[in-house]
Design a binder for this molecule. Structure first.
Ligand SMILES: Nc1ncnc2c1ncn2[C@@H]1O[C@H](COP(=O)(O)OP(=O)(O)OP(=O)(O)O)[C@@H](O)[C@H]1O
Length: 585
């Protein structure tokens, strides 16, 4: 219960609902106890008339009418209180589920990129959905049935003991057996349902992958082997499902068997005591009803125990994530004003998940409003520089200064707000094109959106769609080409009007002519902004104020286009190579 104690704050927050729920349960249970008493009383009344103890038929009829009316009132009131109780407690569990999901999601947002590299998406999703649902069961059904059970036990058993101790003891003997069996059964059911869930996740992932990669499957004509893979996993899922339902099928028969035994005990022992004139016929009837009233709560003891165990395990997993401290901490509360000067001083950086040293002793200074181009072979560390400027990671050695201040001493939100980052892989949300661009500036008016799109040279393309900027992209929307996605992503950065613009190889999917137009537009847009262009083509670098060439994480060349063009090395090589390619066309 240690992990679950984390949730006590929610009990405090929703104490009113909990108290109302508890009071209503107690009242409902007391009311439900009245019914068997009245039935017993009615049977005793009828028995007295049959045995000739009384001859007043009208009095018996009056007694029955009175008892029926009272029963009706008791049942109605019990139903009302049970309804309020369920409303209070089950709704409480839904509110807590909502709060907990928000708490986890908020925490996820604070965690650094490294956390996402180290944990699988499925695992992150599971904790916010599956695990939270398990915890909800603890707040909802587990609490509700526990209150229900305790109240019923106290009220009913104390009443039964008051009426007949011997009969009570005999009647209750099978109930602990029921409780223990249900506990073990539920534990096994939970174990199997976990396995079933895992195979289901596997099946979902494999199906999802098949759908996403359908073009590759068809192009390679591998429908049959992929169907075989699918079939194997589907077969495994079927087996696990059958194994689970076989066990679940035992639940109710077991309950019926043990209730039956309890009922037989009441009839047998009660019968003997009735023959010996120790109890009345009405009491036997009352006891039969009590036994049936107690069976579900007794079965629930086992079920609730396993729910609590499951919730404990889930909350432990949730706590593991909630206890992760964000690696990137914002230590400065006040917003920072950012001008845009960037300086790297002997920066060395190693990705700790793969232990790859991506940057080695990198130093450069980029004045406010200037343009830096970063070139280099694939894997040379270009994107890493961009990620470090946005402080997605902290450096190991050396220092990054923004406006002559260590990056750690700048308000993180201000820093990220001042950067327009176009990543290497354009990511668009399943929303309209307009909203995808507006993402960079949510309050942007239509004109601004169109302007940004024009500068990213995508406006005409968008206008060609029947719904223009209201066209949906993503799963159920239009399929955009790689170059179109990149340009929408560029428009998103432009509309933000940031102090620092970073384009991480984001023109790779557009032709050289379009690249030229966009680069020309960027020259105007980024006139007074600091901009960084990462790429493989000289065309994107030649207008830069500073060019750096990276090789295996080290700066191997640094200078302007004219300087590097005249130097032997990577820059001259790719310049000549690309010149040859162009003349070949
Ligand atoms: N998140 C990460 N975790 C671990 N290693 C990484 C991560 N990102 C990049 N690396 C590694 O760091 C090195 C530099 O990668 P980086 O992405 O900065 O190169 P790049 O020059 O931008 O390459 P490309 O031109 O292919 O985009 C590579 O060896 C890469 O495998």
């Amino acid at each position: 219960m240690k992990a679950l104690s984390y949730l006590n704050k929610y009990f405090v927050k929703y104490k009113k609902r909990l108290i109302i729920g508890t009071i209503c349960t107690i009242i409902a249970k007391i009311l439900s106890l009245i019914v068997p008493i009245l039935i017993g009383d009615s049977i005793d009344g009828v028995e007295k008339y049959i045995t000739g103890e009384t001859t007043d038929l009208q009095a018996v009829k009056d007694l029955l009418t009175k008892n029926i009316l009272l029963m009706l009132c008791a049942v109605l009131l019990a139903a009302v209180f049970t309804f309020i109780m369920r409303q209070a407690i089950i709704n409480m569990s839904r509110y807590i589920e909502f709060d907990l999901k928000n708490e986890i999601y908020e925490h996820y947002q604070k965690l650094s990129l490294n956390f996402y590299k180290k944990n699988r998406t499925g695992d992150l999703m599971n904790r916010i959905s599956e695990d939270v649902s398990k915890v909800r069961m603890y707040f909802g059904p587990a609490i509700m049935y526990t209150i229900n059970m305790i109240t019923l036990f106290v009220v009913v058993i104390s009443y039964m003991l008051k009426k007949d101790v011997t009969l009570t003891l005999y009647t209750l003997v099978p109930l602990p057996i029921l409780s223990i069996s249900i506990y073990f059964l539920s534990r096994e059911i939970n174990k199997r349902s976990r396995v079933k869930q895992e195979t289901l996740s596997k099946l979902t992932s494999i199906t999802q992958e098949f759908f996403s990669g359908m073009n590759v499957i068809k192009a390679y004509g591998i429908e049959k082997p992929t169907f075989k893979d699918f079939n194997e996993v589907a077969d495994e899922s079927k087996e696990k499902n059958i194994a689970l339902y076989k066990l679940q099928a035992l639940f109710f028969p077991l309950m019926i068997l043990l209730i039956g035994i309890s009922n037989i005990m009441v009839v047998y022992i009660g019968g003997i005591r009735y023959i010996n004139d120790q109890i009345s016929l009405g009491l036997i009837t009352e006891f039969i009803i009590y036994v049936n009233m107690l069976t579900w709560p007794v079965a629930v003891v086992g079920w609730v125990t396993s729910i609590v165990q499951e919730a404990e395990a889930s909350q432990k997993r949730i706590n593991e994530f909630l206890n992760v401290e964000p690696e990137i901490q914002n230590t400065i509360e006040a917003p920072s004003k950012i001008e845009g000067k960037i300086e790297f001083k002997n920066v060395t950086f190693t990705y700790d998940d793969t232990n790859t040293t991506a940057l080695k002793d990198v130093s450069f200074t980029l004045e406010k409003g200037k343009m830096l181009a970063i070139l280099g072979k694939t894997g040379s560390g270009k994107s890493t520089i961009a990620e470090l400027i946005a402080r997605l990671y902290d450096v190991d050695k050396g220092e990054i200064l923004i406006d002559d201040q260590p990056i750690e001493q700048i308000n993180l939100t201000s820093l990220r707000k001042s950067i327009g980052f176009v990543p290497q892989e354009a990511f668009l949300f399943s929303d309209t094109i307009g909203n995808n661009i507006k993402f960079g500036n949510v309050d942007a008016a239509k004109e601004l959106i169109e302007n940004a799109a024009k500068n990213a040279h995508i406006h005409d393309n968008i206008e060609d769609f029947s719904k223009s900027y209201d066209t949906y992209v993503g799963e159920r929307g239009v399929t955009l080409s790689g170059g179109q996605k990149q340009r929408i992503s560029i428009a998103r950065a432009i509309i933000k009007e940031p102090e620092i613009l970073i384009f991480d190889d984001c023109l790779s999917a557009v032709d050289t002519e379009t690249e030229e137009i966009i680069l020309n537009n960027l020259k105007t847009i980024s006139k007074d902004k600091t901009s960084i262009i990462i790429g493989h083509r000289v065309s994107s670098a030649k207008n830069a104020d500073l060019i750096i060439v990276l090789d295996k994480g080290k700066i191997v060349q640094k200078g302007t286009h004219d300087e590097l063009f005249n130097q032997k090395g990577f820059y001259q090589d790719i310049y000549n190579q690309q010149l040859m390619e162009q003349s070949a066309h």
